[in-house]
Design a protein around this ligand. Structure first.
Ligand code: PLP
Length: 360
């Protein structure tokens, strides 16, 4: 027996399972399991990444000033209140490390992103799971679950894996209703897919208790580089910058992200293509008896009659080289989350599901 043991909560963490990327014996699989951009990053971002190869011996910028300035310009935000991280996962980690801890509670929703619970446990805090209403964030249920121990409330808007979204009015009601000691974290990983949506930035500016997280992993197609960011009130940035390591984002990542966010016409193109293919995919699935909620993101949560049917469809899709995401660990065992791929991939998915269901 060893006396060496980790902090409370850490051994309760269930290891994060990423989307599958291989099927044994098959080449050329289509990966629709991690909500990656099927079109990849912009050419400008790829070029910036290549140029960074000349300076790999140099430490990266520690203040991320160029990327923060670019984000500030493109989104009309105060660059001094932006923090960059190794993916938005790292911003979530900073928030839990800085604001949660033993004896405190971190609220997340029933079908919410798995990293909220993992980061809360890693900080020895107690995760509190709140039911959703028909796969939609339920503000009243969240407010009812808050206590004087609540320090963080996480919602993703649009949410993953449901794809649903709540209105600005509902988000405001949440921000106004949570306890004085709690911060509301708006995870905007899919915000860019919603035309005209600021991800909650205006609410951050208007209040002292709201933080927004964003990522370069989804619409910008840079998941492999690990770059994300957060935006919050000054008092929160003063805290987060103290726990952030000085060289937490690589220079190649910073440069590629800056080029990506400045290439707004490519982002617009990706948003339009996603919306077009998403509508086609959801409608075609509905026609063959597979419903889904209206998605505001780059995936569709397909609902099947039972867990057995969902698993059988998943197995059949695998044999066709199509990888989607079973979401049993998100309490949706009868569903499959399907990333909106390019048009050809969407057609292949629908054809495979149709053949499974109808035999033709
Ligand atoms: C994909 C995703 C993220 C992004 O994670 P990164 O660490 O930035 O790659 C964050 N939140 C949600 C809800 C996501 O789906």
């Amino acid at each position: 027996m060893t006396m060496i043991s980790p902090q409370p909560g850490i051994m309760d963490i269930k290891l994060y399972q990423g989307g599958a990327s291989h099927v044994a014996g098959l080449e050329n699989v289509v990966k629709l399991s991690s909500n990656e951009n099927p079109l990849g990053p912009s050419d400008a971002a790829k070029e910036a990444f290549r140029r960074a190869s000349h300076d790999l011996h140099r430490y990266p910028s520690s203040d991320h000033s160029r990327l923060r300035a670019a984000i500030g310009e493109v989104w009309g935000l105060d660059a001094d209140r932006i923090i960059c991280g190794a993916g938005s996962d790292e911003i979530i980690t900073f928030l839990c490390q800085a604001y949660a801890g033993p004896g405190t509670e971190v609220v997340h929703t029933e079908h919410g992103f798995g990293m909220y619970k993992i980061s809360a446990l890693a900080a020895s805090a107690t995760p509190v799971e709140v039911p959703e209403r028909e796969r939609v964030t339920d503000v009243d249920a969240i407010l009812a679950a808050c206590t004087d121990k609540t320090r963080l409330v996480f919602i993703a808007n649009p949410n993953n894996p449901t794809g649903t979204m709540i209105s600005e009015g509902e988000v405001l009601r949440l921000a106004e209703g949570i306890p004085d000691a709690a911060l509301l974290v708006l995870d905007g990983a899919y915000a860019e897919y919603v035309e005209g949506y600021d991800g909650g930035a205006a609410l951050v500016d208007a209040r002292q208790n709201v933080v927004m997280t964003r990522t370069f992993s989804k619409i910008y197609g840079l998941g492999g580089l690990r770059v994300g960011w957060g935006y919050g009130p000054q008092h929160v940035l003063d805290v987060l910058n103290r726990v952030r390591g000085p060289f937490n984002v690589s220079q190649a990542g910073l440069n590629a992200a800056e080029a990506a966010i400045r290439d707004t016409s490519y982002t617009d193109h990706c948003r339009r293509e996603n919306a077009r293919c998403r509508t086609w995919l959801a409608d075609a699935l509905a026609e063959i008896g597979v419903p889904s909620d209206v998605s505001c993101a780059n995936f569709v949560l397909a609902r099947f009659a039972s867990e057995d049917e969902a698993m059988a469809v998943n197995a059949h899709l695998n044999t066709q080289g199509l990888l989607v995401r079973p979401v049993g660990s998100y309490k949706l065992p009868h569903c499959l989350r399907i990333t909106v791929g390019d048009e050809a991939s969407c057609r292949r998915v629908v054809t495979a599901v149709r053949i499974f269901k109808n035999g033709s």
